[in-house]
Each structure stands twice: as structure tokens, then as C-alpha cells.
Design a protein around this ligand. Structure first.
Ligand code: SF4
Ligand code: SF4
Length: 206
């Protein structure tokens, strides 16, 4: 039940309450906002990792990723091998006027070629300039924060474990080769010393 003037009293109560609170107005652009490192500001492209699989463009709900490519034939790695064909990227662009920052493209990329950057100051007066081509997307890569350090107690990532195993195997192989070479040199030295100490066989020489 309300009585006459209750709305005014409520309004005044809100005014009094907020008057005593500290202002939370962000003073941007004079003061830069303190953003979380994983803020979804803009998308960076690390094109060396991109295999032009088109997964990101197909999964983007806004269809705002534009990719063009052509096929190139790669000669066989060894004589007698087969030629292979690979996709070469011609164009990679994202239209940030359409993008809704859902992050699906980054999630689905199987080759870690797309990353979030917290940069957000790329407003344009012409909407067409919000389509960022590959060079601009690459520039954003330099603003992508480093990933957080691994938990020391975490299980070693399988890529690191595989690389470590390969490095250990190579080191063991090189050590075995070096030891074999040392053993060969020592054996040759012993043979030479034996030959020098052996008395001359009767009848040898003149
Ligand atoms: S963040 Fe979402 S909308 Fe934007 S390009 Fe990626 S998939 Fe498309
Ligand atoms: S999903 Fe990743 S690898 Fe595939 S085209 Fe997109 S950015 Fe390139």
C-alpha cells in the first residue's frame, strides 16, 4: 500500500544513499581502464600457425571472417617421394563491425592461430575501416598478453613431454657416438704403442 508522497520519499532516499557513496565514473580517456588480461578487445592472428583449414570462418556465427587461399605444390622431401599440396593464405580479414566477440573462432582453431588481445581503441569514423586485414591482425598479436605460468604441480603438456623425449634420445645418441669415437682413438693409440715396443723380427731389415 502506498501513501501520498511515498514515491518522493523513496526517490530522496536513493539520492541520499548515492550522495554518500564514492563516484565510480571512469575517467576514460584521461585514465586508462584497468582491464583483465584476458579481456576480449580484439583478435590477433598468428598467421604462421594458420593452415587455412577454414574452421573459424565456418563456425563464426556472424560470417565475418574472410579467408582466401590458393593451393601450392610442395616438392617431395626425399628423392622418390610424393609431391604434396598445401594451402597458402592470400587473405585473412575480420569485420569487427559484425563481430560479436563470442570467441568461437579462437576456441575452434585447432592450430592456435587466433588470440584475444585486450586492446579496444580502434574506433573508426568509416565502418569499412573496421574490417581488419591480415597485416593489422598480425599487429594485434604483439598486444596479446603472455599466457599465465604453468602450475608447477601440473602434468607436463604432451607436446613438451614429446619434445623432451626426442631431445633426450638425441643427446643419448650423440653421447654414444662421442664415446665410440673416443674408444676408437684410444684403441688406435694402444695399437701404435704396441707396434713401437715390439722387438724387431729376426731377418727383418738389412
Ligand atoms: S569472435 Fe565470434 S563473431 Fe567474432 S569473428 Fe570470432 S566467431 Fe566470429
Ligand atoms: S581455424 Fe585457425 S588454422 Fe583454421 S583457418 Fe582459422 S585461423 Fe587458420
Amino acid at each position: 500500500m502506498s501513501f501520498p508522497g511515498s514515491g518522493l520519499a523513496k526517490g530522496l532516499a536513493v539520492t541520499l544513499r548515492t550522495m554518500t557513496k564514492r563516484s565510480v565514473t571512469a575517467q576514460y580517456p584521461d585514465v586508462q581502464p584497468d582491464l583483465a588480461p584476458r579481456t576480449r578487445g580484439v583478435i590477433g592472428l598468428f598467421e604462421e600457425n594458420c593452415t587455412v583449414c577454414m574452421l573459424c570462418a565456418r563456425e563464426c556465427p556472424d560470417w565475418c571472417i574472410y579467408i582466401d587461399s590458393h593451393k601450392e605444390t610442395v616438392p617431395p622431401a626425399a628423392p622418390g617421394g610424393r609431391e604434396r599440396s598445401r594451402n597458402v593464405l592470400d587473405r585473412f580479414a575480420i569485420d569487427f563491425a559484425l563481430c560479436m566477440y563470442c570467441g568461437i573462432c579462437i576456441e575452434v582453431c585447432p592450430f592456435d592461430a587466433l588470440f584475444w588481445s585486450p586492446e579496444f581503441e580502434y574506433a573508426e569514423t568509416d565502418i569499412r575501416d573496421l574490417t581488419h586485414e591480415r597485416d593489422k591482425l598480425r599487429e594485434w598479436m604483439w598486444t596479446v598478453p603472455e599466457p599465465p605460468a604453468l602450475d608447477p604441480a601440473a602434468e607436463e603438456p604432451k607436446e613438451l613431454a614429446a619434445a623432451r623425449k626426442a631431445a633426450d634420445k638425441l643427446a643419448a645418441q650423440q653421447q654414444a657416438e662421442a664415446e665410440a669415437a673416443r674408444a676408437g682413438t684410444a684403441e688406435a693409440d694402444t695399437d701404435r704403442a704396441t707396434d713401437q715396443n715390439r722387438p724387431d723380427t729376426p731377418g727383418e731389415g738389412t
